[in-house]
Design a protein around this ligand. Structure first.
Ligand code: APR
Length: 271
């Protein structure tokens, strides 16, 4: 991240009316949440995503898939929002409209205090039944590492409960997609954070915003598939870059509110 890049991004955000944040797994890295691929470690390393994250995989081995998600749910329950999540909460005070559209299923943006969050891939803390999608918010059995558990039955229809996340081959929640796309079409600035830009349709969101005239800022320690579309690339972990960026936005806004001190009176307003 260069100071010039940071200032440029801060000026874009300070002048924006509608901002959309598009976040991915890197956003939660500093909260200790493994990415999907990192979560396929240890006990689970011998499986592939088709076995652990598809309806067919769940039907073939419900105990295994339920237990993998029970283990991940426990880890998410222990995790806390990191300074990047908290900086986005602070950013709400500096832009009139801010919506976070996330691919993450950990619920940490909401836990941090972001007021408007669109979850494109569901939420691992919620469960619903396999056959009818009945939501279930009652107690679930605690998970001990190494355990295998059967998915509990839905109290309404008896079909097995499953995580309320979008598996490979499933449709994204329609309301979430419609809202995210309509916001992307109308925003002034879209901030891409911690995504490789390889999972569609989420990866299209910044491109939609760009086509409709938005400026694009990206935060990531590494270039991604979307870096080519960014006006400003702020290289670094989001837990460090975002607090610095939000400070710079606050300063840019307070400078804009004050007449410049070192300019003679007559020259002001000439620009
Ligand atoms: N801060 C910001 N970005 C980071 C950090 C960090 N501290 N650490 C890593 N990253 C970046 C990586 O450089 C990479 O570009 O986060 C990105 C993570 O990429 P992926 O694991 O591919 O995550 P994502 O783009 O969200 O796609 C994963 O799998 O589980 C599903 O719903 C999930 O659709 C999503 C997909």
């Amino acid at each position: 991240m260069t100071p010039e890049g940071l200032q440029r991004a801060a000026r874009m955000l300070a002048g924006a009316h509608r901002v959309v944040v598009s976040s991915g797994a890197g956003m939660s890295k500093e909260s200790g949440i493994p990415t999907f691929r990192d979560a396929m470690e240890g006990l689970w390393s011998s499986f592939d995503p088709q076995e652990l994250a598809t309806v067919a995989g769940f039907r073939a081995a419900p105990r295994r898939v339920w237990s993998w998600y029970a283990w991940r749910r426990e880890r998410v329950g222990d995790a806390r929002p990191n300074p990047g999540h908290l900086a986005l909460v602070d950013l709400q005070a500096h832009v009139p409209r801010l919506t976070v559209v996330t691919q993450n299923v950990d619920g940490l943006h909401t836990e941090a205090g972001s007021a408007d969050v669109v979850e494109l891939h569901g939420n691992i803390r919620r469960v619903k039944c396999l056959d009818r999608g009945h939501p279930y918010d009652g107690p679930l059995p605690p998970y001990a590492r190494g355990d295998e558990q059967d998915p509990p039955p839905c109290p309404l229809c008896g079909s097995p409960l499953r995580p309320d996340v979008v598996w490979f081959g499933e449709m994204l929640p329609r309301d979430a997609v419609e809202r995210a796309w309509s916001l992307a079409e109308r925003c002034d600035v879209l901030l891409i954070i911690g995504t490789s830009g390889t999972v569609w349709p989420a990866a299209e969101l910044p491109l939609v915003a760009r086509r409709h005239g938005a400026r694009i800022i990206e935060v990531n320690p590494e270039p991604s598939e979307l870096t080519h579309a960014a006006d400003v690339f702020l290289q670094g972990p989001s837990g460090e870059v975002l607090p610095a960026l939000v400070d710079a936005v606050a300063q840019a806004r307070s400078r804009a509110d004050r007449p410049p001190r070192d300019v003679p009176e007559r020259a002001r307003g000439d620009a």
